[in-house]
Design a protein around this ligand. Structure first.
Ligand SMILES: [Zn+2]
Ligand SMILES: [Zn+2]
Length: 474
């Protein structure tokens, strides 16, 4: 996965960047200088017939997240939804673009993936993703075939939205309490096989498992999914040994789920016990270390959803301000009522908030340890869960990943390069290079220096279409 048109300088610059985290905070200025001293080597516009393209982004600073470097003054041409040319501005052959976005002073990075969302059948939700630069989502549970239908409508250009990878309803041993068909109850192996076959017929991209499942049922789900060529993603179901989870699942969701499974309910119920146990858990001979090693060995990815836990912690705080969040007014109708129902704060035990804060601190610590030890991490939010807003929550998640110990570039990889790899889309997503889908995000400021740049979006391009444009009218 390489950004093309970068020549043999790329390797050298990659090396320069790899020393960044320890010694230099800002090598970019040096790289810019180094580049500008190079003699121009391409030939200028020798083709008399300018190439006609849909979209041109001129003079952008191109962020290569894989290498962790920025290439100044690039021109990116897009046609028919794909990137067709990437090169130094001034060396790209003559072109004529239907739309041109002036990128001077701005940074272009691959569009972001939120790897754990819900409600992808809602137009308001889809628009919110795009507004935040989220051009791809993995929807891990919705009613009936709704998210699969939405996926196909977006893919066909009938709806505007991020690319959707859809699980359809999730599988669990409990009844569909929501009553909306977002869960299929399976209690034995025969039911597991039937449910997977139904979902395969529906056209889902993956099978999502939830919390309650015996090892036998879990195994039956995995076997049936394999028959249909479908990956299994989801929670680490309680009662299924982690070795089996990592053997059969492509991903595990939610820091808290994993912490619970590893630490047990007792530790969860007391903040003090949880934190004390956490150190033992992560120690070389601890169960956490073994679990993390299993994740690394199996290549099972871990999807953080730290912001979802933060939502519970913030909502349960005394004098919480979550209900004043300006995003609530723009959320789909009924959101506030739904969240109040899901998290009835007045019914929570008195120590809920304090425990929650401790659990979330522990979750960040576990994620940090996973990162250090080489687990493939995915940025996901559980958008749609209480106080987790579609689109903008991904920015919060990335900030939490930095808090957990990741560098900004590493956090951004969790929303670009790593999702592409896990989803088998590494040839078309997660980089800015010819042949890749034109899912792009143009921001003010270098996001490798500070993720606050994501708060200053100049433009978003999804499937080659400019869906957000805050460029100055010229
Ligand atoms: Zn979940
Ligand atoms: Zn979820």
């Amino acid at each position: 996965m390489t950004a093309a048109g970068l020549g043999e300088r790329r390797e050298e610059e990659g090396v320069a960047a790899s020393t960044r985290s320890t010694s230099q905070r800002r090598p970019w200025a040096l790289l810019v200088l180094a580049w500008s001293l190079l003699p121009a080597c391409g030939s200028q516009a020798s083709d008399p017939q300018p190439r006609q393209v849909d979209l041109a982004l001129t003079d952008v600073a191109l962020v290569d997240l894989d290498a962790g470097v920025v290439f100044p003054s690039r021109t990116v041409l897009v046609d028919a939804g794909r990137i067709v040319v990437v090169g130094p501005a001034g060396e790209v052959a003559a072109f004529a673009a239907s739309t041109t976005i002036a990128g001077e002073g701005a940074y272009l990075l691959p569009g972001l993936w939120d790897m754990h969302v819900h409600d992808s059948d809602d137009a308001v939700v889809l628009a919110a993703h795009l507004a935040a630069g989220v051009t791809g989502v993995r929807d891990l549970g919705g009613p009936g075939s709704a998210t699969v239908v939405a996926r196909d409508k977006v893919a066909a250009g009938q709806w505007r939205g991020p690319r959707i990878v859809a699980a359809g309803p999730h599988l669990d041993g409990r009844p569909d309490v929501m009553g909306d068909g977002s869960r299929i109850q399976i209690n034995d192996e025969a039911q597991a096989r039937l449910a997977v076959a139904d979902l395969a017929r529906m056209g889902v991209d993956l099978i999502k498992v939830h919390d309650v499942m015996t090892p036998e049922v879990h195994r039956a789900v995995a076997a049936a999914a394999a028959e249909f060529g479908l990956p299994v993603d989801g929670h680490a179901p309680r009662g299924v040994p982690i070795a089996q989870v990592t053997e059969f699942q492509r991903t595990i969701e939610h820091a808290t789920t994993l912490g619970e499974q590893a630490l047990g309910r007792d530790a969860l119920e007391s903040a003090a016990t949880f934190e004390r146990d956490l150190e033992a858990y992560l120690a070389a001979d601890g169960r956490g270390a073994a679990l993390i090693a299993a994740l690394v060995a199996s290549g099972t990815a871990y999807c953080s959803t730290l912001v979802a836990g933060e939502g519970l912690a913030r909502a349960s705080a005394p004098n919480t301000t979550v209900w004043d969040d300006p995003r609530l007014a723009a959320a789909p109708e009924g959101t506030a009522a739904r969240w109040r129902e899901w998290l009835p704060v007045e019914l929570l035990p008195a120590n809920f908030h304090a425990e929650r804060v401790a659990v979330e601190r522990a979750a960040r610590r576990i994620v940090g340890a996973m990162h250090e030890r080489g687990v493939l991490l995915l940025a996901g939010t559980d958008a749609g869960a209480p106080h987790v807003y579609w689109g903008s929550a991904l920015h919060e998640e990335l900030d939490l990943l930095v808090e957990a110990g990741l560098e900004p570039v590493e956090a951004l990889r969790c929303a670009t390069v790593n999702p592409a790899r896990v989803l088998g889309l590494e040839d078309e997503s997660g980089a800015i290079a010819p042949g890749y889908r034109a899912d792009l995000l143009l921001v003010e400021g270098n996001p490798l220096d500070d993720l606050d740049a994501l708060q200053h979006i100049r433009a978003v391009i999804a499937r080659g279409a400019v869906v957000v444009d805050r460029t100055e009218p010229r």
